[in-house]
Design a protein around this ligand. Structure first.
Ligand SMILES: Nc1nc2c(ncn2[C@@H]2O[C@H](COP(=O)(O)OP(=O)(O)OP(=O)(O)O)[C@@H](O)[C@H]2O)c(=O)[nH]1
Ligand SMILES: [Mg+2]
Length: 266
């Protein structure tokens, strides 16, 4: 909790100098990776929402999430592809033009841990200005990075409210690697993911689990799926969940976990 308070104090410390906030989201979790309680810290400053890791989504899902209308300013990118630099700069300029300032603009980047904040900054500077890695809390302290003659950007440590009581949100954040999963939670996360797949991404099961199509029933239950997987991979009830968590599920998170097509139609 103390850690959170110190991270939030960054907002108080830099609010005055920030001309723009960039809220980093995960394209696979465009709604739930928004840190809602931070709104009051942004007050009336402009905010650009950047949905990162868009390359991990399937083509169909990407087309669906592109249509999301809840964010006034949203772009979806793969920040490991330098071709996207111009797109981000264009979106930044569009929002900054309104502030009519003539010297250096300051941008404050924030989001959940491991969401891709530092990678986005490296995209903008076209060099390895910040340390990045696929694990939590790589950036330990805030630092200003010069992008060009008129932009500087503040890289910040991931913000995480440890008190996530909503289990669904907890599982979703674990699946996209923004939250650590305790060993005793892995079974629940696997069951959550399998239920989700059976319900909404039924066709993907063949390729993910390398299950022959003939073995899949029309109406697939998680119990039946587990039975097939056990046979397929020669697993027993003790090791199946750990196996699925480490070897399969964590490697295949390329679905829209917020099911935006349903959200938008409601
Ligand atoms: N495929 C893909 N991977 C990405 C993208 N953006 C970031 N990553 C990967 O995501 C992982 C985390 O990236 P970081 O930039 O270190 O994340 P961060 O938000 O700065 O993390 P902390 O500093 O720990 O809070 C790294 O392995 C990146 O290579 C993207 O657009 N597409
Ligand atoms: Mg970082």
């Amino acid at each position: 909790m103390l850690k959170n308070i110190s991270k939030l104090s960054l907002f108080t410390k830099y609010y005055q100098v920030a001309d723009l906030f960039i809220h980093c989201l995960d394209a696979r979790l465009l709604i739930s990776s928004k840190i809602t309680w931070i709104k009051s810290y942004l007050k009336n400053k402009p905010c650009l929402y950047v949905g990162l890791k868009a390359d991990l989504l399937t083509k169909d899902d990407l087309n669906v999430v592109k249509k999301l209308t809840i964010y006034p300013h949203l772009i979806l990118i793969n920040s490991k592809n330098f071709k996207n630099k111009a797109l981000v700069l264009k979106a930044i300029k569009k929002l900054l033009l309104k502030s009519q300032k003539w010297n250096i603009y300051n941008i404050f980047v924030f989001g959940y841990p491991n969401i891709g904040k530092s990678t986005l900054i490296n995209l903008l500077t076209t060099r390895k200005s910040c340390l990045t890695a696929n694990r939590l809390h790589v950036t330990k302290k805030e630092s200003w990075i010069k992008v060009n003659s008129y932009l500087r950007i503040l890289d910040t440590p991931g913000i995480l409210n440890q008190q996530i009581f909503d289990l669904k949100l907890r599982y979703k954040l674990i699946l996209i690697n923004c939250l650590k999963c305790k060993n005793d939670q892995k079974k629940d996360v696997v069951i959550y993911a399998l239920n989700y797949l059976c319900k909404y991404y039924y066709q993907d099961l063949f390729s993910i689990f390398k299950i022959p199509i003939l073995k899949i029933e029309k109406k697939l239950s998680v119990e039946y799926l587990l039975k097939i997987i056990k046979k397929q991979y020669l697993l027993n009830s003790n090791n199946i969940y750990l196996f699925l968590y480490e070897k399969i599920i964590k490697k295949h998170i390329n679905w829209d976990l917020d099911l935006i097509k349903l959200y938008e139609s409601n």
